[in-house]
Write a protein of this length. Structure first.
Ligand code: PAF
Length: 300
């Protein structure tokens, strides 16, 4: 593959620089910073949708230059998961980034991210072992490792992650705090389709029939959040939500749970939320072969 910085135009006005190596990215970022500019970073695995583009827009509110990365990270997939089939749409993604005036896209190879013989990993213990970490034990270790490496390549002032992956956002915040990365982490609101389904690259896996059923996960969570805000017992509201999700055609629920928004520790199921409390309702469930996750904030 040809190296170097390239510009791709999606329209006459918009162009995005294509950068494939760490040294080029670091040189580019250094030059921007020397010129007094600030840099926002949005790491992605591609197959971009409106949710990703809204994260670029969010970064643009804070900084003068934005860099998105597209890298399908092998370290966060276990054998048998969807690494090989994960959607890869480089040309489309670049055009989408250009359409929102993203300054540059970083497209590293596996060797660029994990140089031969590389054995250094990042483990954010505890937060990585709950919830999704129980079902995908490798996952957050792979995420923390690649995000730490991407941060060192991009050296941004600000990085934006979607709240759709709420546990991931908390893991990254904790890593940044513990390791002292001088980067402000910002959460971007989840973008939803008309029926409430959270936008995700993995929604592309859903058959038309599954897609029709998929909105039920948000509908069930929304109904539970209203009941909880009115003082229902979590055990009852969550059980009802699980019932709605199963009735809609989901084949297996990994969890529907109410947690402390910062620590992700489960809250008591047998007492109503306290007046003024703000908690997080999270769910993960399987529709056919696709695992969907979602979360919403609940305030009493
Ligand atoms: O959320 C994602 O797309 C990925 O987990 C991330 C943060 C880009 C790391 O590979």
């Amino acid at each position: 593959m040809k190296q170097g910085i390239w510009k791709v135009n999606s329209t006459k006005e918009n162009s995005v620089e294509i950068i494939r190596t760490r040294s080029e990215l670091q040189a580019r970022v250094r030059a921007w910073k020397q010129a007094g500019e600030t840099v926002g970073f949005v790491p992605t695995m591609g197959a971009l949708h409106e949710g990703h583009l809204s994260l670029i827009e969010k970064a643009k509110e804070k900084v003068t230059r934005t860099v998105a990365s597209i890298f399908v990270n092998p370290a966060q997939f276990a054998p048998g998961e969807d690494f090989d089939t994960y959607p890869r749409r480089e040309a489309e993604d670049i055009a989408k980034l250009a359409s929102v005036n993203c300054t540059a896209v970083y497209l590293p190879s596996v060797a660029e991210m994990y140089p031969e013989g590389s054995v250094t990993n990042v483990r954010v213990e505890s937060l990585s072992d709950l919830l999704d970490g129980i079902y995908r034990p490798h996952f957050f270790y792979g995420v923390a490792t690649v995000v730490a490496r991407l941060f060192l390549h991009a050296q941004p002032d600000v990085a934006v992650f979607g709240e759709k992956d709420y546990q991931q956002l908390q893991v990254i915040r904790r890593m940044v705090r513990d390791l002292g990365f001088p980067i402000e982490i910002i959460g971007g609101e989840t973008k939803r389709d008309a029926d409430g389904l959270a936008q995700s690259s993995r929604n592309l896996y859903l058959s038309p029939e599954e897609r029709r059923a998929a909105g039920a996960i948000f509908a069930a969570m929304h109904r539970a959040s209203v009941r909880l805000a009115l003082g229902a017992l979590p055990s009852e509201a969550l059980k009802e939500a699980e019932g709605h999700i199963v009735t809609a055609g989901f084949r297996k629920i990994d969890y529907v749970t109410l947690v402390d928004p910062a620590t992700l520790q489960a809250l008591p199921a047998d007492e109503p939320m306290k007046e003024g409390a703000v908690v997080r309702l999270l769910a993960a469930a399987w529709l056919g072969k696709t695992r969907l996750i979602d979360n919403i904030s609940v305030t009493r």
